[in-house]
Ligand binder design. Structure first.
Ligand code: FO1
Length: 332
């Protein structure tokens, strides 16, 4: 059986996984419309927060909702057909963040999750329970069960201060220059149950076209997880989230600037580095508009392939996933 393990953040990860699920069903059909391949997503939890007494896990939920087909495509987060009555009440009481809306349907998920966590279930088990509601076709694993929320150090009025990633991202739309990102405790965090095994026993490991700093970078900040990526026998390929010098979506450029990496397809590949020289990648899939950068990637010991990377619809996402699998196959 083919095993594919994907490191993923929210929206980019969700679109890629939907495409991968479709492509896997075409390549390895199970006879019932699905796939016999085992697809696993290791998902960033650095964006998570406690809010209004509830545990919020944005990237896990974006992927869960997208694979279940109940996501809000326009907004890119939350549930389709959402209402916001409870959020309006919370705002009137001054509870939570006024710039962060928890939809009514979405709140059902947060209440279920928090109630299971309070009963003592670890996050991995909670994700399994939430996932079992829909036939997702992808096993979702949090990167860790420990709370390692991303904080952003910003310069504000001549002083530096730390704020939660969601405040920087959602409230300020990444407009305050970030000096650095920290996830207190991540250096001591353990990968969630199943994660190391999913990477070690994979036939292919893929970095989804997610934010290389605060999604994939946060996942790889867990020491045992990065070690598993370095050590796996599977080819490790990444899909560029940067096309033509700009993020496909989101504000990855503001994140890359904070760590001193240029917003470019090659710059991100070189930032991950080649596994042949202690880095994390064997191959890099980039957009055709960035093909002129392929030579510098190859020069660094990373195989490079180019094709259109905009995930405009499901067939486009499936073709991108297929190209990532082909690139991995060429590296065996
Ligand atoms: N993004 C927003 O821009 N505004 C919001 O009010 C908001 C609420 C929200 C609630 C639950 C959830 O899971 C995600 C939510 N997001 C919201 C998206 C989220 O802030 C970010 O886009 C991701 O964390 C970055 O991947």
């Amino acid at each position: 059986m083919t095993r594919i393990t994907v490191l993923a953040g929210g929206v980019g990860g969700a679109k890629f996984l939907r495409g991968l699920r479709t492509e896997a069903a075409r390549r390895w059909p199970d006879g019932a419309g699905g796939t016999s391949a085992e697809l696993t997503a290791v998902v960033n939890t650095g964006d998570d927060a406690w809010l209004a007494g509830l545990r919020i896990t944005p990237d896990l939920d974006s992927i869960l909702y997208a694979l279940a087909g109940v996501n809000d495509e326009q907004r890119g987060w939350g549930r389709a057909g959402e209402s916001e009555r409870v959020s309006a009440e919370l705002r009137a009481y001054g509870v939570g963040w006024p710039w962060f809306t928890l939809g009514d349907l979405d709140l059902g998920t947060h209440i279920a999750r928090t109630s299971w966590l309070r009963e003592g279930a670890p996050l991995g088990e909670v994700v399994t329970r939430l996932s079992s509601r829909w036939p997702l076709g992808v096993r979702l694993l949090p990167m860790t069960e420990q709370e390692v929320e991303t904080q952003v150090e910003v310069e504000d009025g001549g002083r530096t201060r730390l704020m939660h990633f969601q405040e920087w991202w959602t409230r300020y739309r990444a407009s305050l220059p970030a000096l650095r990102f920290v996830q207190p405790g991540v250096d001591r965090a353990e990968a969630a149950p199943g994660v190391i095994e999913a990477i070690a026993s994979a036939d292919v490991v893929v970095f989804a076209p997610s934010n290389p700093v605060v999604s994939i970078g946060t996942i790889l900040a867990i020491p045992s997880l990065a070690r598993a990526v370095r050590d796996t026998r599977a080819p490790v390929v990444g899909v560029s989230p940067i096309v033509g010098g700009a993020p496909v979506r989101g504000m990855a450029d503001a994140c890359l600037a904070a760590i001193g990496v240029e917003t470019g397809a090659a710059a991100v590949a070189l930032h991950y580095g080649s596994r042949a020289s202690g880095g994390l990648l064997d191959g890099w899939l980039m957009d055709t508009v960035d093909e002129s950068e392929a030579e510098s990637i190859r020069g660094a010991g990373i195989a490079a392939a180019a094709r259109p990377l905009l995930m405009t619809d499901l067939p486009a996402s499936a073709a991108i996933a297929g190209a990532a699998l082909d690139l991995a196959d060429s590296l065996r």
